[in-house]
Every structure is written in C-alpha cells, then in structure tokens.
Ligand binder design. Structure first.
Ligand code: PLP
Length: 361
C-alpha cells in the first residue's frame, strides 16, 4: 500500500458516545443524526453500529432510501420532508417518517390518499428562522395534519435550537419558552435537543433528543473539546510524510512563498491537502502530529500536500505517520486554526480518502 491519507472510523467510540447521550438524557429516546454521510463518517457503516438508537435522521428522502436499501430497519426521519408526489411515494414505500415544515408539504399529503398513513413530525420555528411554521401558525398546521387521512395519528412536534453552541446565550431559554405551551396544548410528543441541548439544557430533553456532533466525538460548545464532554473522537485522519527537504535561511516554501525559512531547516511534506478535505484556510502554526508529537504547519495548504516545520523532529523520514485530527489532536483545535467548525472538517473529507473501519495503530 502506498503513502497517503486514510480516515479511521472508531466504532467503539461511536458506541461510547451514544452511551454518553443516554447518560445525559436518560429519559429520552434517541434519534441519531446520520445526514451528510453521517457527518462524513460513512452513513451505512455508522447506521449499522448505531442500531441500538431509537431512530435515525437524515436530511433528504434519497438518504433514507439509501439506508433502507442497505438493510437498515430502524425508524428513519426525513428532516427536510418531501417536496412532490414522487418523494412522498418513495417515503411510503421505504417506511420513512416525514418532517413537515411548510404549507406546501401539508398540501402534498392532503392531495394523496395513502393506503398506510405516514408518520409525521411538525417542525415549528421558535427562532432559528430556517425551517418550520411560526409559533403563531403551528396549531393550525398541527390540526390540518391531524385531520389528514394520509397522516398517521399522533403527529409529533419538533423545533431546532439556533444558539445552543453558546452555553450563556439566553436565546435557548427563549426558544424553550415558546415551544412548551404548544406541547402542553396539543399533548404531542416533542423533540428539541441537539447535542448542545442534550449536554446543557436538561429541560430541552423531552421525549426525543437528536444528537449529531457529539456522536462523532466533538463538543458542540465554543472553546471546548469532545474530551471535555466525556466524548471520544470517532474519526482520526492520518497520512504520511512523503518528502523531507532542508532549505536555507530566506528560502520561501510553497505557493506564494507562504513561509520564509528563518534559518536552515528541515521541511516535511505531508500527503494531505484541500483535495482531501484538509482546510485550505488552516493558518501557519496549525498543529499536526508527527509520530505522536506536534509540529506546526508552515506555508499554504495545497491541493494534495501540506508542509510542516521539522526543526523539533530532525530525524523524521519519508513514510512517517502523521495525524491531522482525531485521537491525540482534537478536530476542534484544527477547526479553530482554520476559522471553521469540526462539523465542516468531518463533512469535507473527500472520497479520495479511504475510510478504514477501526482505530489507527
Ligand atoms: C434538525 C436537526 N436536529 C439535530 C441536529 C444535530 O445537531 P448537532 O450536530 O449540533 O447535535 C441537526 C444538525 O444540524 C439538525 O439539523
């Protein structure tokens, strides 16, 4: 096998993180977020490991169909719902549950008589202002679904937290205050909590919680790591050194000569770049683990390669193992250096990177 990037997926960490969700929300059922290829971790293999979850959720009907075709039998919720008859029939055929977030979706359900009514979740907008019926129109929408013969009884209600990444933000309490009367009035089963809600707002737990990022081992909170929350990283992205060169004081390294050598120094080239999903905006100084020890990124990130300062590791040689994030180097740290969030790092790993099921050696 040649040298190059591999993303190791640690399924025991997934199981551990699911247990962490259950520990934090012991009275709730758990709907695991598998959308976007399970946040880049491989949707079908993650689904197989998380079969103990009470339900799974994806954004689009096509993702749900893919899970069914792979033999997944758990309840599957489609977070964006369906947008035409064809999608509705696919959802029925594959026994998917639908989120209903706008009037047109109610119309589609009203226009089609289904032999087996479909389970639905009404999405209410309590402040995210992305999807969902405004609180003022939620009761009408709830009643309309309740009266629709194609909709299974006991429509459930969900909302999504917009600011749960900030533990001090009063917006979350505000959203909770808006949804609670609606749940009391309807008596519907409810779901509010994403990872932030699960870890920090017990009053958001209700009957169902919807963990995403915490399952994959990252903290949802600014300035914290998964380890701080008792989570384990699931993805470890590794590659190898493919060259070690020595340059003189004043030599520029990489595109735009983004790094000028302050002295004669060894420079390592690692086979990973933005073509693999390593963030192009990672700044010089972003840590990389070389044989388990941190060395700083220098110069610009290229499509297939990055360069690292080897002055603290003069014995490094071609073939040495490099960790870009994961075990020993939190993805949150890299995200911070690249001006992004770990969600985007995980989802951005491209299909050029082999996903290996298991832990790195
Ligand atoms: C509707 C919904 N619920 C839950 C989640 C999970 O959020 P998190 O990954 O922050 O736990 C998401 C993710 O964006 C979502 O869109």
């Amino acid at each position: 096998m040649g040298l190059g990037p591999q993303a190791f997926i640690d399924h025991s960490a997934l199981e551990h993180n699911l247990q962490r969700v259950r520990q934090a929300a012991p009275n709730s059922r758990v709907m695991v977020m598998l959308k976007a290829n399970a946040y880049g971790h491989g949707m079908v293999s993650v689904a197989n490991t998380l079969q103990d979850a009470d339900a799974m959720a994806v954004a689009r009907v096509g993702e749900g169909v893919q899970l069914r075709k792979a033999g997944i039998t758990s309840p599957i919720v489609i977070l964006e719902g369906c947008f035409d008859q064809e999608e509705l029939l696919q959802a029925v055929q594959h026994n998917l549950e639908l989120v209903v977030h706008e009037q047109g979706q109610i119309g589609i359900l009203q226009q089609h008589t289904l032999a087996n009514p479909i389970a639905c979740w009404l999405k209410v907008d309590t402040g995210m202002h992305r999807l969902g019926f405004p609180v003022s129109r939620a009761i009408d929408a709830y009643n309309a679904l309740g009266q629709c013969s194609s909709v299974a009884p006991d429509v459930r209600i969900m909302t999504h937290l917009s600011n749960a990444d900030d533990s001090n933000d009063p917006e979350t309490d505000h959203q909770l205050r808006l949804i609670k009367p609606l749940l009391e009035q309807t008596g519907a089963i409810g779901s509010i909590a994403n990872s932030g809600g699960i870890l920090n707002w017990p009053e958001s737990h209700l009957e169902w919680v919807r963990p995403g990022i915490m399952l994959y081992g990252s903290s949802p909170f600014n300035g914290r790591n998964g380890e701080d929350e008792g989570l384990r990283p699931v993805m470890t992205l590794q590659s190898n050194l493919i060259a070690v060169n020595t340059y003189s004081k004043g030599d520029g390294v990489g595109y735009g000569k983004g790094w000028i050598c302050p002295e004669e120094m060894p420079v390592g080239v690692v086979a990973i770049g933005y073509g693999d999903g390593y963030p192009r905006h990672a700044i010089p100084g972003t840590p990389v683990l070389l044989n388990g020890k941190p060395v700083p990124l220098i110069g610009r990130v290229s499509m297939d390669m990055i360069t690292v300062d080897l002055r603290t590791q003069p014995d490094a040689v071609t073939g040495d193992r490099v960790t870009l994030w994961g075990r020993g180097l939190p993805a949150e740290t890299i995200a911070k250096h690249a001006g992004t969030i770990s969600y985007e790092l995980f989802c951005g790993v491209t299909n050029r990177v082999e996903l290996i099921q298991g832990r790195p050696e």
